[in-house]
Write a protein of this length. Structure first.
Length: 143
């Protein structure tokens, strides 16, 4: 239990370092895009992925990853506790954290929704764990 928690904090620290590099990279690529787009596609705007907003809410990134970790542990414990209901235990991948969890955390902080900030994302992560499990069971019925 302690090792994954330490690794989660190590990951968050690594993300902070990574995001400083992303910030520098985006500053360069956006400037290059503007120069090219003015010539070939006037009036266009660059579309950037969601991790570009991470530097604007670093606390959201930390809270998002830690709440995803806590909800993941809770979902795994529930699945392991009831083997008759859940025949398999699914351990989530990290990709959904980038695509959903941290984005929602960022939006909640922007809306200043402190009351449901942590609990809402714990429930959302819990839902994502069990949604995959039911989806796998449903697909097994179709085969």
């Amino acid at each position: 239990m302690v090792f994954p928690l330490i690794e989660a904090f190590t990951f968050v620290a690594g993300m902070s370092i990574l995001m400083s590099g992303v910030r520098m990279f985006l500053a360069e690529i956006t400037a290059a895009f503007v120069i090219i787009s003015e010539k070939y596609i006037p009036g266009s705007r660059p579309a950037l992925d969601v991790p570009t907003v991470f530097p604007y809410a670093p606390n959201a990134v930390i809270i998002g990853f830690i709440s995803a970790y806590a909800a993941g542990l809770l979902a795994i414990a529930i699945m392991a506790s009831f083997p008759s209901i859940f025949p398999v235990v699914i351990i989530q991948l990290l990709t959904y954290v980038f695509s959903q969890e941290v984005q929602l955390q960022y939006l909640a902080i922007l809306q200043e929704d402190g009351e449901g900030l942590l609990l809402g994302h714990l429930l959302w992560d819990y839902y994502l764990h069990f949604y995959q499990l039911y989806y796998i069971q449903f697909m097994a019925l179709l085969v």
